[in-house]
Design a binder for this molecule. Structure first.
Ligand SMILES: C[S@@+](CC[C@H](N)C(=O)[O-])C[C@H]1O[C@@H](n2cnc3c(N)ncnc32)[C@H](O)[C@@H]1O
Length: 309
């Protein structure tokens, strides 16, 4: 996504949208039956559209917050006058909007932003009325590593040391030579005040009466709810089969490795195609044929076959 996630994140297979969690998210929303829902970070409106469809049945009011709405989201807003689109960073928007009964948090994935969002939500919640909160990106790569859409929006003392155009790969705590690309990321994974899950855990250290479930698929879904809500048991039942599932986590680790491998492969393909089109490579093939007396060590045909052309 623009700003933080580059176009590579919107590419097929990267599953950036919460739409991937529909079978869990909507039953949770059905259980809590919120009168108002806020989506923080709406991007192209993929999930916003699904949320509006759900709200048409439930009667809930929907607001979407995004400081940088792309044209696709503006089109969703045009087609749905019932959607309140707030073009501002979450901290400004949440301070202005009335408290919601449910929130979907999927904006700027860093410790400071998440901590401030949770602080504002908690401060504004009516007594005994902490909302249902659904978080995206509570697993790798954001769980223990900040990324920033706009580092200048984060006070310097709360920012991790930055890496520009950072490639992130699983198992590499620094930056990698090939991986998912972020315009701005923490130079290192881990440590205090780093990452989305760290922010949620830090919040929960000082706030009792809440339960957190983690669905370790598609970069991770967090579900946070007040244990004393009348709908708490229903939400608990919806998430129970997925919560911290070791099997799902293994599938996710495999999926993430495939994503990074595919990125490597795409870079290799770009290089091979550039070689195929270069005169230097054609000359080298001819020289190799002469040296080998017929069959060259490498040929453009071999490269084309390797590329599947
Ligand atoms: C991961 S995308 C959201 C995807 C969307 N929720 C979905 O499921 O389809 C993150 C979005 O957050 C927005 N964003 C960045 N910083 C933000 C902030 N401080 N407050 C709210 N949204 C923010 C970005 O502009 C981007 O469109």
């Amino acid at each position: 996504m623009p700003g933080e996630k580059t176009e590579s994140v919107g590419a097929p297979g990267l599953d950036y949208s919460l739409v991937s969690f529909a079978e869990i998210l909507f039953p949770c929303l059905d259980a809590a039956a919120p009168a108002s829902v806020i989506e923080v970070g709406a991007y192209k409106g993929d999930f916003t559209g699904a949320l509006l469809e759900w709200a048409a049945g439930s009667g809930a009011r929907v607001a979407a917050i995004d400081p940088d709405p792309p044209p696709e989201l503006l089109r969703v807003a045009d087609a749905h006058p019932e959607l309140e689109l707030v073009r501002a960073p979450s901290h400004e928007a949440l301070a202005e909007l009335p408290p919601a009964d449910a929130l979907i948090i999927d904006g700027d994935h860093n410790h400071y932003t998440l901590s401030e969002e949770l602080r504002l939500i908690d401060e504004q919640a009516p007594a005994g009325g902490f909302p249902l909160i659904l978080f995206h990106d509570v697993c790798w790569p954001h769980a223990r590593r900040d990324t920033y859409y706009a580092p200048e929006r984060i006070p310097e003392q709360y920012r991790q040391p930055l890496a520009r155009e950072a490639m992130i790969a699983p198992g590499e705590s620094g930056t990698a030579s090939a991986g998912i690309l972020y315009p701005w990321a923490a130079a290192r994974e881990g440590g205090p005040k780093n990452g989305v899950l760290t922010a949620i855990e830090d919040f929960l250290e000082h706030r009792s009466g809440l339960r957190l479930a983690i669905v370790p698929a598609f970069f991770g879904l967090g579900v946070l709810w007040p244990e004393d809500a009348p709908w708490a048991d229903t939400v608990a039942n919806v998430v129970a089969p997925w919560d911290r599932s070791a099997l799902v986590a293994r599938l996710e680790a495999d999926r993430v490795q495939h994503i990074v491998d595919r990125i490597k492969l795409e870079r290799q393909q770009v290089l091979l195609r550039a070689m195929l089109n270069s005169r230097a490579f054609a000359i080298a093939e001819r020289i190799s044929s002469v040296w080998q007396r017929g069959e060259p060590v490498f040929s453009r045909d071999q490269v084309r076959r390797a590329l599947g052309d």
